[in-house]
Design a protein around this ligand. Structure first.
Ligand code: KG4
Ligand code: ZN
Length: 376
């Protein structure tokens, strides 16, 4: 069964063809990073309008890359939420029209569950693995969400903890903006941190005791304080083209230890994420530890997680730590098409009246075979 997936929940316009819920035949992503960079973040109206023009070329490219005709598709799937309403509407309407025109089932999925499902996908010739053994702990870390999930052997989800304020990706984005590193912040911080000393600048960690929750807003404030000695007084900074102060680049003295600051900030975020995930993995005696979402692309997070899981399980053999291929960590449509296969196996498809669901919460049984059909 070949499914076309469409993803437009934030600023990307993506389409992909996935076979049997696992094999990615194409994965096309049209980024709007340049469009939003000048604003320091995603501008919802600009994002949706960009998607209106990008959607058809992206779908065509996904079919061409997969080497199939549209008539060979068995279903069309789309992200219903969570995300920006205007952006979601573009994808949902396009997918609905496509499915209707082809006379194929139309499937809607939750973006967060799709991120987790990316761990089940395989790229032909690049990554060919068995599905992760369950039970598993999955750390879902994206621009809008940070959740620690327990996935039971029956594929049921329990949210063990979540962020009380900023999401991990949001912390990276805000930290990067504060350092004048631009958007998106995660890759910018990771790159700048190379060669930096992660112990150079002491930054706090919000451990929150035994709880599995996270908090990153204090870290942002601490970074603001840490850079204060290098900040130039306002009168020295040349007037910026932007009328909005928060959109002006930060201005610091030339001797700002940027690499050390980026490395220390990255370590502070990753330290808490990796330690808490490893602790939960030990507590729940899982067989796999997974990461998902845009921040799963972070090399230091991957590295630290492997170390922390080994430490938490020693002297026993630790469970495998896995993450999706880099192209499947940040927003993509392959994860949507993959999860849709599970939905269809459960006999779930959406009606032509399906709406977008901008605040769609993660469900307890996203790909459990016994789960009840939900409609939104
Ligand atoms: O999952 P995603 O593509 O979109 C959402 O659903 O939010 O995640 C985007 C987030 C952004 O905050 C971005 O800064 C972060 O993922 N990100 C990273 C890296 N690549 C992307 N954070 C840390 N290190 C990275 N290499
Ligand atoms: Zn996402």
């Amino acid at each position: 069964m070949r499914i076309l997936g469409i993803e437009t929940s934030c600023d990307e316009t993506a389409a992909a063809v996935v076979e049997a819920g696992r094999v990615v035949h194409s994965n096309v992503i049209s980024s709007q990073i340049e469009l939003h960079r000048t604003h320091g973040g995603v501008v919802p109206e600009l994002a949706a309008r960009g998607q209106v023009t990008a959607i058809l070329p992206v779908v065509r490219a996904a079919l061409a890359e997969a080497g199939i005709e549209r008539e060979q598709l068995d279903a069309v799937a789309v992200t219903q939420g969570p995300g920006l309403a205007g952006s979601l509407m573009v994808g949902v309407n396009a997918a609905k029209a496509f499915a209707f025109g082809l006379g194929r089932p139309f499937v809607v999925v939750n973006h967060l569950e799709a991120h987790v499902y990316a761990n089940w996908l395989v790229l032909p010739g690049v990554l060919e693995e068995e599905p992760p053994p369950l039970p598993a702990i999955c750390l879902l870390v994206s621009g809008g969400h940070t959740e620690l999930l327990l996935i039971s052997s029956e594929r049921r989800f329990t949210v063990l903890g979540r962020t009380l304020d900023d999401a991990a990706g949001e912390a990276f984005d805000k930290g990067a903006r504060l350092l004048g590193l631009g958007y998106p912040g995660g890759p910018a911080i990771q790159q700048t941190a190379q060669g930096g000393d992660s112990t150079a600048i002491p930054l706090p960690r919000a451990w929150l005791g035994e709880r599995d929750d996270f908090s990153f807003s204090g870290l942002k404030t601490a970074l603001l304080r840490a850079v204060a000695p290098w900040r130039l007084p306002d009168e020295v900074i040349a007037p910026s083209a932007s009328p909005f102060p928060e959109h002006r680049p930060a201005r610091f003295r030339d001797d700002l230890p940027l690499a050390d600051l980026a490395a220390s900030f990255e370590e502070a975020v990753v330290d808490v994420l990796a330690t808490k995930t490893a602790r939960a993995a030990r507590q729940h005696v899982v067989r796999s530890v997974l990461i998902a979402g845009g921040v799963a692309a972070n090399h230091r997070l991957r590295e630290r997680l492997v170390t922390e899981v080994a430490v938490a399980f020693a002297p026993e053999t630790p469970p495998g730590v896995r993450w999706p291929h880099l192209s499947l960590c940040t927003d993509n449509a392959a994860m949507v098409a993959g999860l849709a296969f599970e939905r269809l196996r459960q006999g779930e498809s959406a009606g032509w009246d399906a709406d977008v669901f901008p605040r769609f919460p993660i469900s307890t049984a996203p790909f459990d075979e016994d789960s009840v059909t939900t409609s939104h």
